[in-house]
Design a protein around this ligand. Structure first.
Ligand SMILES: [Zn+2]
Length: 414
């Protein structure tokens, strides 16, 4: 038991809590009466007893004061931890400061600052292999009641992936990072959503059908990403959609695209579309709760080709990149596009999937970080001409932009 020794070292009675220390100091300096001294000792014992009773069942038995975890979520390759429940309409109360304390005492503690965006949490792929306990303001975080372990894999970088696992040991929340050669059979790195399909054709213009063109783009994107060592799942490989005809109206059904994204365990989701309705160039959407880095990375690669962004939709951030809030409630903290919102897990406060798939609740702790690409306007004749000649270059640029964001070295650039 490698870990118990470590915890014993920290709680072997040598350390006094800062509160008692200061109380003791106050006592020795200002009091000198025997009766009061006894009374003070009694009060201290009573306080300790009460504090002990107040500890939740999942708290460590070592006697160290700890903070019970309320919720854990992993969005893409970033972990977010909550100590308090969120108001129902938002999910952004995660811890902004964390300390990772390696259980191998040879390594130094590491301070982590999380950002205000869901893709700025604890970055799992930047951690060294090892086991860590997590602390907030110097206090260890305990697993809390009803904790279930959560695990997954990072993308392969430099030929190697990391397996990450949040578990409970002696009541404390422990994060373990180990090197992993390959993904288990039912795990994928990237889920590629092929827009529309089945009876839903998407946009139709001059003999082009969006559902077919999306499949052409997505299949090539999958090929490019597989060449780089990623394991990829497509939401469909033909014109039929997963989950059967009923899934056209309800993408949350078992086997339909939202459900399939969760079951793929993928860290990232790329949704492929062609636009219509008047405009020219690309539009890129990422979650309203994420920063704009991924969208900008892809936009920069499109710009290298000389392919510009369309700025005509609402929610424009800059040059063809967008964030769109739900139409019915712009302050709900939720995304307008279901494919981003409902596949992002707890971090994005999905609601339809949660309601329709009660049994999948534990799975919502893990969500894919998503991007929705509208490569160009199918109902614009010059965009259509560009698509016919250059669709492969556009898809290659998208793959390059994604790899830039994921910090994957690009062979194309070397
Ligand atoms: Zn579409």
């Amino acid at each position: 038991m490698k870990f118990s020794r470590f915890f014993d070292d920290r709680s072997g009675g040598k350390q006094t809590s800062p509160i008692l220390k200061s109380a003791g100091l106050w006592y020795t300096e200002s009091m000198n009466h025997r009766g009061l001294k006894k009374l003070f000792a009694l009060a201290c014992a009573l306080l300790l007893l009460l504090a002990g009773c107040a500890l939740p069942s999942g708290a460590p038995s070592s006697g160290t004061a700890s903070l019970p975890l309320h919720q854990l979520a992993v969005y893409g390759e970033h972990a977010l931890l909550w100590l308090e429940p969120n108001p129902p309409e938002s999910s952004n109360g995660w811890l902004r400061r964390l300390t990772l304390d390696p259980l191998d005492r040879a390594a130094a503690e590491r301070e982590i600052i999380c950002g205000d965006a869901v893709n700025q949490g604890l970055c799992l792929y930047q951690l060294e292999p090892g086991s860590y306990r997590l602390l907030s303001a110097g206090q260890p975080i305990s697993a809390g009641a009803d904790f279930l372990p959560l695990e997954g894999y990072t993308l392969p970088r430099g030929g190697e992936r990391l397996h990450w696992r949040f578990s409970e040991q002696q009541g404390l929340l422990i994060l373990s990072i180990t090197a992993a050669a390959a993904l288990p059979e039912n795990y994928y790195d990237i889920f590629i959503d092929v827009g529309h399909g089945g009876a839903d054709s998407g946009a139709v213009a001059a003999g082009y059908i969006e559902a077919e063109e999306n499949l052409r783009a997505a299949s090539y994107l999958a090929e490019l990403l597989e060449e780089r060592g990623f394991k990829v799942m497509l939401s469909r490989e033909g014109m039929a959609i997963g989950g059967g005809a009923a899934a056209e109206d309800n993408p949350y059904l078992a086997g339909a695209r939202v459900d399939a994204a969760y079951r793929s365990q993928a860290s990232y989701l790329i949704s492929n579309h062609l636009n219509s309705g008047g405009g020219s160039g690309f539009q890129i959407y990422t979650s309203v709760l994420a920063d704009n880095t991924w969208a900008e990375a892809v936009a920069a690669r499109f710009a290298e080709l000389g392919w510009g962004g369309d700025n005509g939709n609402s929610g424009l951030v800059e040059a063809g990149t967008y964030k769109r809030w739900t139409r019915d409630n712009p302050h709900s903290g939720r995304d307008y596009y279901f494919i981003l919102r409902e596949t992002g897990g707890y971090a994005l406060a999905p609601y339809r999937y949660k309601v329709l798939n009660d049994g999948m609740q534990p799975q919502l702790r893990r969500g894919a970080e998503g991007i929705l690409l509208e490569y160009l306007f199918l109902d614009n004749s010059s965009d259509r001409g560009y698509w016919e000649l250059h669709y492969q270059q556009l898809v290659e640029a998208a793959a390059d932009g994604c790899c830039d964001y994921w910090q994957i070295p690009q062979s194309r650039d070397q």
